[in-house]
Write a protein that binds this ligand. Structure first.
Ligand code: UD1
Length: 429
């Protein structure tokens, strides 16, 4: 089993370039199934979740061609059936976007229940079902497969989401793109990747208004055509490198970012005493202070502080001067990293959906286990600033969503290796 080995205590210095956004990629790739035209997608991150999704599409009958430089061409003309039940479906949360995409193409979808990161409590899909049902889909779940059918074609509907679910917003947008009439999603998610998917669907001929606000209107079209799009850069990878620079007391220029998407993260880091400057249109320079200040952080839907940055923020606050509270208003039990940080000497405990952290002057290296993607990123950051050596198991979670994390950290001066690095090098020869 692969492990990361981190010899901590080295401030990060230099510059790093951010890859395409994972959460946008896993929404845009299934969208290419809606059309039999060819889609070209650029700035695709080289991460495990994307590789799995491409395999799912190939099994469905699509051709996926690596066009080089992070670009891929997807030709879904050969997709003849709406059945996506392969074992790979359970490796991803976002595999459920095939419900919306296959419904839009065939008026039917048979899709295995999704997998993805487990945050403690089950992740519901009732809002997806509510939205698609309002559009005329009959939905049943049997033997781990969700079956959605329509008499003929979905129709437009007014859908109020009880919570601004990213997944439900995306699934409804996909399905509504070829429904008859207009669909209105009220209390829609406003995350950057929702907007990026809307841009891609529009390039495929869909008519979508209001993405990025809490009301999205989709005027359905008879069919969509192929399109070309470059995926936005990853807000959460950028945020994770910002946190790593700050935690180690280093100075890092983070390139290829959309500064607007980082404001919700930068604001909190600045309150902690981190210095952040935009340099040009697509770079920020982040410099850690001598000692971080304690602050309270509340994760909330965009443009609030991202729940996907909550574990990384907690690591910073473990080293801050004073007591902080981190509350997650999206996933109430997303605190799998607490016991691991405690092994490093952190003073941290959960109280309901809040984590109380009393800052300590230093963390110490320890053997750790990553329990999910962002918790894994948080443990890497903790290892980078700890005294001594940290070994992290469960790195498959981290590699689901971060492109070449170790290589990028090494280029910033970190002492990080993977226990299976020699084996991989041999295989590459
Ligand atoms: C997406 C992101 C994930 C991020 C999360 C919140 C992707 C692939 N994943 O996950 O990285 O952490 O947004 O920003 O983009 N809910 C329901 N019923 C539903 C759907 C959701 O009750 O049908 C609840 C969830 O339990 C959760 C909240 O709504 O409490 C938000 O979930 P949602 O925005 O749907 O998250 P995901 O789309 O799963």
């Amino acid at each position: 089993m692969s492990k990361y080995i981190i010899r901590g205590g080295k401030p990060l210095h230099g510059s790093v370039s951010i890859s395409g956004a994972k959460n946008a990629a896993v929404a845009i790739i299934p969208a290419a199934v809606i059309t039999d035209g060819i889609c070209r997608v650029e700035n695709v991150p080289d991460i495990a979740d994307v590789a799995v999704y491409f395999n799912i599409l190939r099994r469905l009958g699509a051709e996926v061609r690596d066009a080089g430089g992070g670009a891929f061409e997807i030709n879904s003309a050969g997709v003849a059936s709406p059945v996506a039940t392969s074992g790979d479906m359970q490796k991803l949360r976002a595999s459920y976007y095939l419900i919306g995409a296959l419904l839009a193409r065939f008026g039917r979808a048979d899709v295995a229940m999704p997998g993805g990161c487990n945050f403690g409590a089950p992740r519901q899909i009732d809002l997806h079902i509510k939205g698609l049902s309002a559009m005329g889909a009959s939905i049943s779940v049997k033997n781990g497969v969700i079956t959605a059918t329509t008499e003929d074609r979905l129709h437009g509907a007014y859908v109020f989401l009880d919570a601004p679910s990213v997944g439900a917003t995306i699934n409804i947008m996909l399905a509504a793109s070829t429904a008859s009439g207009t669909t209105v999603i009220e209390n829609a998610a406003r995350e950057p990747h929702v907007v990026d998917l809307a841009t891609f669907l529009s390039l495929m001929g869909a008519e979508i208004y209001g993405a990025g606000t809490n009301t999205i209107r989709i005027h359905g079209k008879d069919r969509l055509h192929g399109g070309a799009h470059s995926i936005i850069t990853d807000q959460l990878e950028a945020g994770s490198f910002m946190a790593a620079a700050a935690a180690t007391g280093g100075r890092v220029e983070i390139n290829n970012v959309i500064p607007k998407h980082l404001e919700c993260i930068s604001g909190k880091l600045c309150e902690m005493g981190v210095s952040i400057h935009e340099t040009g249109d697509s770079s920020v320079v982040v410099e850690g202070p001598g000692r971080l200040r304690c602050v309270d952080v509340t994760a909330a839907p965009y443009p609030g502080f991202p729940t996907d940055m909550q574990p990384q923020a907690a690591v910073l606050l473990c080293l801050a001067d004073g007591t902080s509270a981190v509350t997650d208003n999206i996933f109430d039990t997303r605190f799998k990293y607490i016991d691991e940080l405690a092994k490093m000497g952190a003073s941290i405990k959960a109280a309901g959906r809040t984590v109380i952290i009393k800052g300590v002057p230093a963390l110490t290296g320890a053997p750790l286990k990553a329990g999910d993607l962002r918790a894994g990123a948080a443990l890497v950051i903790a290892g980078l600033c700890a005294r001594g050596t940290t070994e992290i198991e469960g790195v498959r979670y981290i590699e689901r969503g971060y492109e070449n994390m170790l290589g990028k950290l090494r280029s910033l001066g970190a002492d990080v290796t993977s226990s299976d690095a020699p084996a991989r090098e041999t295989a590459a020869v």
